[in-house]
Ligand binder design. Structure first.
Ligand code: HEM
Length: 420
């Protein structure tokens, strides 16, 4: 069977081919990358559970194959400029700090302990008021709009602004921060498939240069922001500057687009399932279920990569040491062996244990923040949807092999369409 998660052919509706891959007697191996696709729920959980056998360290290299394959002279120039701006000495890169998401034990445990400080449940819960204030501000006036783009108006700016504020980005630089972050996310998540790495390097360089100045300021004058918490020696082992910069980049990539996608996908699912929309409109206490069921049905990360540290076998397929394994989260979460009637959007199902936030030691650090943002965003948006429908031709999928969601999702008034 011909399938590669890097091939746009299956991006819009990957679910039929996922079902075929789950039904096969052996694992599917992609032609170009030779990556082994783990598509059933139990197999995926087993991979996540064994970081010593399925390493996160080199797993992410497979993502670079696609993004960086068309490197030209401008990209090389931007790479040099990036290294200067970010003050990275390429000769020292071997000893550079690992990011939390691409590290293995025991270093992962050490990093996780440090960054956990910034994501304690109480710290996150304290953001609810601000998340609501921003959400209400973003949707203000939209009731009277004939048509609006849910992604542009709400799903995209909300997580981006919150993470900028959490990191302590100055209010006057929020617009720059958004531009830089979007550039970085587009590159790393595969969205720059048709562009070149130069834009991402230029944005990434400016972002890191700016964040470096924030780190330096917080070391001398700490505030209550996340960067202050991470560099504060009185709270335990601090992160060094390179590690903070790397962590901030992971937060942008792992946290922003995914949260945006969950709000966009929930809106899309609701407008395609009017009975469910009616139900949550009448009973908003179902919104947390809506968030979980959306993340199960339309997992914002399509897959997570790993690399084997020794020979192993899954579903009768021998996987040699050093192989890339792709944990196909989007498929595992629709595995009928785990979820009854798995392809059905059902607010009342027990979604516990779904793999949308991963599983095991790398379980999403930002899950409670993501749940908070998605819940509050939907609490503000749902009351506006009862007389809305998807605008024909108004939906644009995010151009990404790694993440699944919408770059644009126009909703319009039902009456306006009927009259047209
Ligand atoms: C709906 C939104 C989100 C989804 C679906 C999601 C999904 C995931 C998944 C699947 C992983 C596991 C990666 C692996 O096993 O290799 C992960 C890890 C992570 N996520 Fe999220 N994420 C979301 C939002 C966030 C947010 C808002 C943040 C923080 C601002 C965040 C920060 C992280 C970090 C730091 C890790 C790495 C944890 C570790 O390696 O120990 N995520 N996320």
């Amino acid at each position: 069977m011909e399938f590669s998660p890097f091939d746009p052919k299956h991006w819009d509706d990957p679910y039929p081919i996922y079902a075929e891959l789950r039904a096969q007697e052996t694992l599917h191996v992609c032609d170009k990358t030779q990556a082994f696709c783990v598509t059933r729920f139990d197999e995926a959980a087993e991979v996540f559970k064994q970081p010593e056998l399925f390493s996160s360290r080199s797993g992410f290299n497979v993502l670079l194959l696609d993004t960086w394959k068309k490197v030209g002279p401008r990209d090389v120039f931007e790479m040099l400029r990036f290294l200067v701006r970010a003050r990275i000495n390429p000769l020292e890169l071997r000893g550079a700090p690992e990011s939390i998401i691409s590290s293995d034990p025991p270093n992962h445990e050490r990093l996780r302990q440090i960054v956990n400080r910034g994501f304690k449940p109480r710290r996150i819960a304290a953001w609810e008021g601000r998340v609501r204030e921003l959400s209400e501000g973003y949707v203000a006036g939209l009731e009277s709009a004939e048509c609006f783009d849910v992604v542009e108006k709400l799903a995209h700016p909300l997580p981006m602004t919150i993470i900028a504020e959490m990191l302590g980005v100055d209010a006057s630089r929020i617009a720059d921060f958004r531009r830089w972050s979007t550039g970085v996310i587009d590159s790393i998540s595969g969205s720059s498939r048709t562009g070149s790495p130069a834009g991402a390097l230029s944005n990434g360089g400016e972002l890191l240069q700016y964040l470096r100045s924030v780190v330096a300021a917080r070391r001398t004058q700490p505030t209550d922001d996340l960067i202050s918490v991470l560099v504060d020696p009185s709270r335990g082992e601090p992160l060094d500057t390179q590690a903070v910069l790397l962590f901030a980049t992971v937060l942008l990539v792992a946290g922003n687009e995914t949260t945006t996608n969950s709000v966009g996908s929930a809106t899309d699912l609701l407008l395609r399932n009017r009975d469910v929309l009616d139900e949550v409109t009448k009973d908003p206490s179902l919104i947390p279920n809506l968030v979980e069921e959306t993340i199960r049905m339309e997992s914002p990360f399509r897959f997570m990569p790993r690399q084997t540290t020794r020979d192993t076998t899954i579903r009768g397929t021998r996987i040699p040491e050093g192989s890339t394994v792709l944990v196909m989260i989007g498929s595992a979460n629709r595995d009928e062996r785990r979820f009854e009637d798995a392809e059905r959007f059902d607010l009342h199902r027990d979604t516990s244990g779904h793999l949308g936030f991963g599983f095991g030691i790398h379980f999403c650090l930002g899950a409670s923040l993501a749940r908070l943002e998605a819940r509050v965003a939907l609490e503000t948006l749902v009351p506006l949807l009862h007389d809305r429908e998807l605008c024909p031709g108004g939906a644009e999928r995010a151009d990404s092999y790694l993440t699944r969601g919408f770059a644009k999702l126009d909703v319009t008034r039902v009456a306006a369409t009927a009259a047209a």
